[in-house]
Ligand binder design. Structure first.
Ligand SMILES: *Cc1c(COP(=O)(O)O)cnc(C)c1O
Length: 444
């Protein structure tokens, strides 16, 4: 009986399939990513620390470039952005997708060519538009009817700006209600079914300073099947054909957005990028041939699938509490650095690192240090029974939508971000300190 449990446990603990490809086991229960021991990172940079494997990010960019050689691949900055990330993405030849003046300015001041940037947003502020026009972004994606006159006025009669239109194709897909964006009951885009998209398009075509280059859609996030993309693509090609028939305009670009799903725990499905690329291309060729349309250039905008699997969150255990049937393992971070479990009910697979344990595993719930009962990082996971304060826990697949959604809750401070690559570690973003909070707090 005991033997069975231990071997099952050992098998589960040893499954590194969702970890960065560079992950190596070290003696005495250690784990290295990018050639650097995670326990050493914790000692040197303190915890919580977010470790980003530069090689994994670059490798994922290359996988996209190889799978989609004829498309423009734009990294969706909102998944995670820092100056180093901007450089890696630029050096790998990707474009960038941003949704605020902040993301845009950070990218451009870090050397990203503005013409390779696309600006999104369902509610663009005056500052967003001002920055976009001043810096010369490649495309602005129009998300609602009121933006048309606003952007045209901001561009001015002598000006010129390339724009796209975000269309809601009426496809429901994605890992959670809060991240499904392909249907008419959510805030993004212009509807295909009620004619809102068609109406907006004719108005844009009537603005000489706006050049409509193509259509955009983004149907959701954490999508693991190819089919919804094909359905969306068919509808977008249908709309492109109608635009040609009505206005005599052949649009040259089709942006199918991002949303490519990844595995957060061993055994979970991920979107097959090779299959996505092959079937999108086939469907595009078939649809365009049937409608006698020139084949538009394809754009895609992956965020999560570029950076998610490249990140590992490293926490130190602060307390272990046994209450009734439950074991709570509390760490020195939580919902302020990772709000995703509370927002979307996402599940993670944390792992003890930095020491070997021969104790059998038991079911425990990893919680954060914040003052909310909902501050749960990983419910009902298997961890060694002898886990104790001072231990290190690492959570793989922590690179996307964690730090970018981090908050100042409880003034704990946002964690440090450390890049690991070919055996060395360097600080990318320093830990937020009390001085940072104090310096913003200027009233009394
Ligand atoms: C969020 C977003 C993406 C990226 O989504 P992922 O799920 O991270 O791939 C791409 N395009 C748009 C318009 C988005 O809003």
């Amino acid at each position: 009986m005991t033997v069975t449990v231990l071997s099952e446990v050992a098998a589960g603990a040893e499954d590194l399939s969702v970890w960065p490809a560079s992950t190596q086991r070290l003696p005495h229960g250690g784990l290295a990513v990018g050639g650097v021991s995670l326990a050493e990172v914790a000692d040197r940079f303190e915890t919580p620390a977010y470790v980003l494997d530069e090689g994994e990010v670059r490798g994922r960019c290359r996988t996209y470039q190889d799978a989609f050689p004829a498309a423009d691949v734009l990294y969706a900055a909102k998944a995670f952005l820092s100056r180093a990330m901007v450089r890696w993405v630029r050096e790998e030849g990707l474009g960038l997708d941003v949704c605020s003046a902040g993301e845009l300015e950070l990218a451009v001041t870090a050397g990203f060519p503005p013409e390779r940037i696309v600006l999104h947003g369902n509610a663009k502020s005056p500052r967003d538009l001002e920055a976009a026009l001043r810096l010369g972004v490649g495309r602005i994606v129009i998300d609602g009817p009121s933006e048309i006159a606003r952007i045209a006025a901001a561009v001015g009669p002598e000006g010129h700006q390339k724009v796209m239109v975000r269309v809601v194709p009426g496809v429901s897909a994605g890992g959670h209600d809060k991240i499904r964006t392909g249907t008419d009951d959510q805030k993004f885009g212009l509807s295909l079914t009620d004619g809102g998209a068609q109406h907006a398009i004719s108005r844009i075509l009537g603005q000489p300073q706006l050049e409509l280059t193509g259509l955009h859609c983004h149907i959701g996030s954490q999508i693991t099947e190819v089919k919804p993309y094909l359905v969306a693509l068919r509808r977008m090609v249908g709309l492109m054909a109608r635009i040609r028939d009505t206005h005599g305009v052949v649009l040259s670009e089709l942006d199918m957005g991002g949303g490519h799903g990844i595995a957060y725990r061993p055994g979970e499905p991920a979107l097959d990028l090779t299959a996505l690329a092959r079937r999108l291309r086939a469907e595009l060729h078939r649809g365009c041939a049937a409608a006698r349309l020139t084949i538009p250039r394809l754009l895609i905008e992956p965020g999560r699938a570029v950076v998610g699997p490249a990140g590992v969150a490293v926490y130190r255990v602060l307390a272990v509490k046994h209450t009734g049937e439950k074991v709570f393992v509390a760490v020195d971070g939580g919902m302020s650095d990772n709000p995703r479990p509370a927002l979307y009910g996402v599940r993670y697979a944390p792992r003890l690192i930095g020491r070997a344990s021969t104790a059998g595993c038991r079911t425990a719930t990893v919680v954060g240090r914040h003052c909310e009962a909902g501050d749960v990082l990983a419910a009902d996971v298997e961890l060694p029974g002898d886990i104790h304060p001072g231990d290190l826990l690492a959570v793989p697949v922590a690179g996307a939508y964690q730090l970018s959604m981090a908050s100042g809750y409880n003034l704990v401070g946002r964690p440090a971000v450390v890049a690991v690559h070919q055996g060395s570690a360097r600080l990318l973003v320093r830990r937020e300190t009390l001085d940072d909070f104090r310096s913003r707090d200027i009233g009394d």
